[in-house]
Ligand binder design. Sequence first.
Ligand code: 5AD
Ligand code: FES
Length: 381
Amino acid sequence: MSTTRRLTDELAREGTLTARGFADLIRGRTPESAEYLFSLASEARDRVFGKGVFMRGLIEFSNHCRNDCLYCGIRRSNRLVERYRLTPEEILETCSAGHSLGFRTFVLQSGEDPGFGPGLVAETVSRIKASFPDSAVTLSLGEHPPETYALWRAAGADRYLLRHETRNPEHYASLHPRDMTVATRVKCLRTLKELGYQVGCGFMVGSPGQTPELLAEDLLFIRELRPHMVGIGPFIPHRDTPLASAPPGSVDETLYLLGILRLMDPRLLIPATTALGTLDGTGREKGVAAGANVIMPILTPMGVRGKYLLYDNKICTGDASSACRMCVQRRMESIGREIDTARGDHPDLLRASPCAPPASMSTAGGTPAAPGAAPGPSPLP
Ligand code: 5AD
Ligand code: FES
């Protein structure tokens, strides 16, 4: 048996590998080993979630950012960006249109915009929750103090996405300005978990300087953090950033990592990202075939869509929300999947009693297996 096949079987059985094992698995990728990995990952996902793919509506409400991440198109130093900021009313209208299209999760994303302060975010979240009590609100607003995260949680925010980007401090330093550290990022993620958010971390695949060993560090960090969601997508250079001439990440490597994540934790919520769809016309379908179970079409109003460009050639910038909604449905149906219009919470949340404390606070080592939980290995200790 080949080494990669043995490592894939071990991963499926144990939910983890050593750092060396992960690096060898990543280095040993071949079309055949990827096929094998995807088949196990797909089975593992289907045992938990069935054929459904959850849908989230992404509302990119501000492209102002105080940060200067070297890879990001809306970094502070990029003077060519036409900056915009939606009002809470415009965000609410966008949710309303999204709700009519069947969305039950709204992902509010922006740069770290001091002009849209914590109080205004809280007010916006509570208005969304009041207007659409059947819907979840996910925030993706970067790094903030614990008090701010607590304020937003109290306002009704359900989930928070904050990619860690890379767990290795030197690699992190090579992609970010001096005032940003991965230690801060990790602290934010832990705080978010303690506050009872469903938390998502993640990273870009093929960011400059990334190696299989560094990816192994990311995977072991994910294993330790135990997030509810993990978002990964290929790095894509943006022409007006310092990394403009760096090569893009590989679609195949991204797919392989999606499969690895799925085998690490069959219950994870994993999106097939827009970046994957940007590098490959059927990248999102391939992402789902590899193990993803979430798709996040863009709901941002047409007037500003083309201004939220983290990377070049982003798809959907000229398409209306209703077109994207139907487009993703067709795409999923083309691979024998269907859109699941439920809120799409993490399985842990679905069985938590309304009076129980958040799962992350109630047990030191994670939540016990639910009666009637999906069969198969339970890879997290
Ligand atoms: N290519 C791909 N992904 C990017 N992101 C930011 N810039 C790029 C880029 N050039 C990702 C980061 C960030 C998320 C919102 O988008 O991982 O966390
Ligand atoms: Fe936007 Fe296909 S999802 S055009």
